[in-house]
Design a protein around this ligand. Structure first.
Ligand SMILES: C[S@@+](CC[C@H](N)C(=O)[O-])C[C@H]1O[C@@H](n2cnc3c(N)ncnc32)[C@H](O)[C@@H]1O
Length: 278
């Protein structure tokens, strides 16, 4: 169940009959920065991890996929300069809104730019490049992943570090029957208060290693108000991830199963990687 973290999908309606299991799913998922912040307000452990790395590096930091600034703002508040890049306008607008509320000294340390990490080419180098919270799972093909690593190589200082995290593929979730509905109970619409029946469908393309979670919101009385929101994520298996890093010019400094250095186990949620140029 991913329900508690999904309220931000409410405004991103996809008519149920038109919803497809495609990569565009990730766009629908990031169309409301306010709900993104609400949904992930309790996620702090990774913020501490990335802020500590930023302090160790002395900055400036480049954050790829900065979202609503959840991590970048904490780094700026800690006294480190950060440049954040994000393609989704609603996420960036929310980040700017939050930035405006910071004291001048902190907000002056944070620069936000619109764009995809795949094409980013700044004329600057950084001692730390980060891509927190599953950003890399939105690079769906080998070519996209390679362009992502090329961007990191382009911006990293010689002895710089690249840190990011992605989910550990969950064999139970990936093996789910795509037509099976996983019911999640009733949820209130955050704006008009009407109650929807919430369920999820999971489908996995084992060849492309892409999982799509289709979040289905069924209005009890009015079918025209029912909608789905897809979330599409590329799965990275640990040995594959290390091979990709190796063949794209990186050396793995650490590859752990959480933000405190635990080993990767079956129950691991996030794989956390720190890599350097080799
Ligand atoms: C789960 S959010 C993480 C946001 C932020 N790093 C955080 O920790 O809250 C994933 C972000 O990656 C962004 N993203 C997806 N594809 C991207 C790309 N090609 N270049 C840069 N960012 C991308 C999404 O728009 C979204 O904001």
């Amino acid at each position: 169940m991913v329900l508690p973290s999904l309220l931000h999908t409410w405004r991103t309606k996809v008519p149920r009959r038109k919803a497809t299991h495609s990569a565009t799913g990730s766009e629908a998922h990031y169309e409301d920065g306010r709900y993104y912040d609400q949904a992930y307000r309790r996620r702090r452990h990774d913020v501490r991890f990335y802020t500590n790395l930023a302090l160790e590096s002395g900055g400036p930091v480049l954050e790829l996929g900065v979202g609503t600034g959840r991590v970048a703002l904490a780094i700026g508040k800690a006294g480190i300069d950060v440049v954040g890049v994000e393609p989704m306008a609603p996420m960036l607008a929310r980040a700017r809104e939050r930035l405006d509320k910071l004291p001048g000294a902190a907000s002056n340390r944070i620069e936000l730019r619109k764009g995809s990490l795949e094409r980013l080419r700044l004329r600057r180098k950084f001692p730390l490049v980060i891509a927190p919270f599953n950003v890399w799972m939105h690079l769906y093909t080998r070519e996209e992943v390679e362009r992502g690593f090329a961007t990191v190589r382009h911006h990293l200082e010689k002895r710089g570090r690249f840190a990011f995290d992605v989910l550990l593929p969950d064999p139970v979730s990936l093996a789910r029957e795509p037509t099976k509905r996983y019911r999640g109970g009733e949820v209130p619409h955050p704006r008009d208060g009407s109650r929807y029946r919430y369920s999820e469908y999971f489908s996995y393309d084992p060849s492309a290693q892409i999982e799509t979670v289709m979040m289905d919101f069924e209005h009890p009385d009015d079918e025209s108000r029912s909608f789905c929101t897809p979330l599409t994520q590329r799965q990275f298996f640990p040995a594959e991830l290390e091979a990709l890093l190796h063949y794209n010019g990186f050396k793995v400094e650490s590859h752990t199963g959480d933000f405190k250095g635990a080993a990767i186990r079956t129950a691991t949620e996030s794989q956390v990687v720190i890599a350097t140029l080799r």
